[in-house]
Design a protein around this ligand. Structure first.
Ligand code: TXA
Ligand code: MG
Length: 498
């Protein structure tokens, strides 16, 4: 198949004849790749199952992985979805058009092939002027996954689309480099609370601000992490993603430590086979191998060149890439999510702990629950996990409600008695995780530990203490369980534990 390439420019837009041709291809069941503000999409008529089948084939993508429908205006939404919850209205008003995808219950107009058989459908209204014009001209919702071969990084420039799909699709619209550089935030609004299924440019904080007081977002940061017995919530997340040919390892720790370690690691490879992934600002501190950037911290463009750099390493024939950790900025969830996928979870963790102790006041509720949840989600048991209390006057069995809640979620736990935290429990390789700030201060003051003690929420970049369900009904323990589980999955990811 001959793939035609046409151009869309920021200042001049489309040649009208070419735009009509692109729209006609879509309406007649063909495939057109087009730019959006996040990444390039591979579009087809979202009402046609045969067109969706072609998309899967061109990408080499499993057909149970659902597509996102792209719309140009609010009227297009109404025919595609069932109920539009109030919280969705608020999000739409603020973030559409823009890099946000919402998951709704679907209407019969959406073929099962588009949603991979799901009863829900993902919809996004892109802010990119060229994308919007194409959808409007086609007059139909455009179903589009990212326009890359399955398993390759998403395309952020038309040249990446050409690389992957030339000869496999009808047309490519070249709109130059995209602005954001990674895929939209996906939010499921079909449940009681909106849930983030894939982090993106629209952050959890931005969403919470719009949802208003008391509006909490269930951060299912990466559904592929969810316990094996739960169905993945964004089916696409279960597949290996975003991976370049080069082997990527993330190096994590303090900034200076990371720099020193990356310099040491890159010396072990021939310079032409090794690469470093950093930011525009830090590019100049490395002097060996190919040093590429994910964007600029100062210009707020972090992530813009992440995928382009991963592709570039492959073109350069780089075999091994060391990536810095990109924490401490507002897009860190999205960036680390993509990077950890590119790395297939490979991490050099410079903070080497051989013991993790969860600490709460009495070692009866929160800390034992954390102990057993973490034990159940870590497969590589290279460190010890236990829990202790700060004020254990006499040893008592841990709360029976906890054993019952853990049992319901199939988290193995043993009946145990509460234990006092002792000085001899702690050395320099011990990570202490407290449930509250007060407990943290007490550990620092009474045990003289300052470096390796954090509150659980602090470890994942959040403020406040974890609520103690003590004295509450079993439902309160259920809620605590689900909060602790989410936090511990996130800790696990950030620490590079497997
Ligand atoms: O920024 C973006 O979202 C880009 C541009 C082109 O719009 N598109 C994109 O599409 O990233 P794709 O196919 O690469 O990723 C779509 C993700 C997949 O992880 C898929 O599982 C999830 O959306 N998804 C689609 N429909 C869903 C549904 N009904 N429920 C849950 N997840 C869904
Ligand atoms: Mg994709």
């Amino acid at each position: 198949m001959q793939t035609r390439v046409i151009r869309w420019s920021k200042s001049e837009g489309y040649d009208i004849m070419e735009l009509r041709e692109a729209a006609r291809i879509i309406r007649y069941g063909g495939l057109v790749a087009f730019p959006t503000e996040t990444v390039y999409g591979l579009g087809c008529d979202g009402r046609k199952s045969e067109a969706a089948a072609k998309v899967y084939e061109a990408k080499g993508r499993p057909s149970d992985n659902p597509l996102i429908l792209h719309i140009a205006d609010r009227e297009m939404l109404d025919g595609l979805v069932g109920e539009i919850p109030e919280v969705a209205e608020k999000l739409i008003e603020t973030f559409w058009p823009g890099p946000m995808t919402l998951v709704f219950t679907k209407s019969d107009a959406v073929p099962d092939e588009v949603t991979g058989g799901l009863k829900t459908v993902a919809v996004r209204m892109p802010a990119h002027a060229g994308a919007a014009e194409l959808i409007r001209e086609a007059g139909v919702p455009i179903a589009a996954p990212s326009a890359n071969l399955s398993g390759k990084p998403s395309p952020t420039d038309a040249k990446h689309v050409i690389e992957d799909l030339d000869g496999r699709i009808d047309m490519i619209i070249d709109g130059g480099e995209v602005g954001i550089g990674y895929e939209s935030t996906i939010i499921d609004v079909t449940g009681l609370r909106p849930a983030i299924l894939r982090p993106g440019f629209i952050t959890k904080e931005m969403i919470e601000e719009v949802i208003g007081n008391g509006g909490e977002v269930d951060a299912v940061i990466d559904s592929s992490d969810s316990a094996a017995n739960e169905a993945p919530r964004a089916p696409g997340m279960k597949y290996k993603h975003y991976s370049p040919d080069a082997d990527v390892t993330v190096v994590r720790g303090e900034e200076a430590q990371v720099e020193e370690k990356i310099k040491e690691l890159t010396r072990q490879f021939p310079a032409e086979e090794v690469g470093v992934l950093t930011t525009d600002e830090r590019k100049y501190i490395y002097d060996r191998g190919y040093v590429l950037s994910i964007g600029s911290e100062r210009e707020h463009t972090l992530g813009q060149t992440l995928y382009a750099s991963l592709r570039e390493f492959d073109h350069l024939g780089v075999k091994k890439v060391y990536a810095e950790t990109f924490f401490g900025n507002d897009k860190e969830d999205a960036l680390m999510n993509r990077l950890m996928k590119a790395a297939g979870g490979q991490v050099v963790d410079l903070r080497n702990y051989d013991k993790v102790i969860f600490v709460c006041k009495e070692n009866l509720n929160l800390s034992p629950m954390c102990e057993w949840i973490l034990k159940s989600i870590i497969t590589n048991k290279s460190f010890e996990i236990c829990s202790r209390g700060l004020v254990v006057l006499f040893e008592e069995p841990i709360n029976a409600k906890i054993i019952s809640v853990l049992g319901k979620h199939c988290v193995p736990c043993e009946e145990q008695v509460s234990k006092q935290l002792k000085q001899s429990d702690i050395d320099e390789h011990t990570l202490i995780i407290t449930m509250s700030f007060t407990e943290k201060v007490k550990v620092i003051e009474d045990y003289g530990v300052s470096d390796h003690v954090f509150t659980l929420r602090e470890l994942v970049g959040l403020e406040d203490d974890v609520n103690d369900p003590y004295g509450g009904e079993e439902q309160a323990y259920e809620e605590t369980y689900s909060e602790l589980k989410d936090l511990l999955f996130e800790v696990k990811k950030r620490m590079g534990w497997v």
